[in-house]
Design a protein around this ligand. Structure first.
Ligand SMILES: [Fe+2]
Length: 215
């Protein structure tokens, strides 16, 4: 493990030991490390919990979902921003660097007592329901449930957010695309529940994030 990876691990370990129930320290750590990844992860966690609540998850599972969604892209923190923020034209090598982030995330989390139970969820958040995702090519219910919930929330957040190199889709367009991915990329039941949950927030400022869903 390289020095900056060790330093990251030490910081996360310290946070895991001191973090309050609401994960405030973890959230600010993520934003400090990289504001785009941090804000994305906080929003994904919010969307995933909204979806999980709609699916009737227990409070215990919701708590695990909240933290694993916050940590889902932790492996990206070790990828140089110049690769992460590249608009297009990623080389094969850069693409494989990015696609390694779920596995890197597992390596980081399995050494942290409080977070190691979330490693499996983080490992599989880019699997596709039809088995064409990565890193393991798992399909259907072989993909952990919390990973399937995060996958939908992750895509929705990524599609609707502005990036330095591109504009975001409207919420309506993002939902159309989620529906197009039912049964291929996403678990259809989860997409249906997520859309149902999103509609409940239609026209509201979503949890004070400044996101008006306008469905
Ligand atoms: Fe990811």
């Amino acid at each position: 493990m390289e020095d900056h990876e060790k330093a990251l691990l030490e910081k996360l370990k310290a946070i895991s030991q001191s973090d309050a129930q609401d994960s405030r320290a973890l959230k600010s750590f993520l934003i400090t490390m990289d504001d785009i990844i941090g804000i994305h992860s906080i929003r994904v966690s919010g969307y995933a919990c909204m979806s999980g609540r709609e699916l009737g998850l227990s409070e215990e599972d919701l708590a695990a979902l909240r933290t694993s969604a916050l940590l889902h892209d932790i492996g990206k923190i070790l990828i140089p921003p110049v690769i992460l923020n590249k608009a297009d034209g990623l080389s094969q090598a850069e693409m494989s660097t990015i696609r390694r982030h779920p596995v890197t995330g597992v390596k980081i989390l399995r050494d942290i007592d409080r977070y190691k139970t979330f490693a499996d969820t983080v490992h599989h958040h880019h699997e596709f329901f039809n088995g064409r995702g990565y890193p393991c090519g798992l399909s259907g219910s072989d993909i952990p449930l919390l990973s399937r919930i995060i996958a939908a929330a992750d895509s929705y957040e990524a599609m609707t957010s502005e990036r330095p190199y591109r504009k975001g889709f409207s919420h309506r367009e993002a939902i159309t695309r989620l529906k197009m991915g039912r049964s291929t990329q996403f678990d259809p039941e989860i997409i249906d529940s997520f859309i149902c949950a999103l509609k409940k927030f239609s026209g509201e400022d979503f949890w004070g994030t400044g996101i008006n869903l306008e469905l």
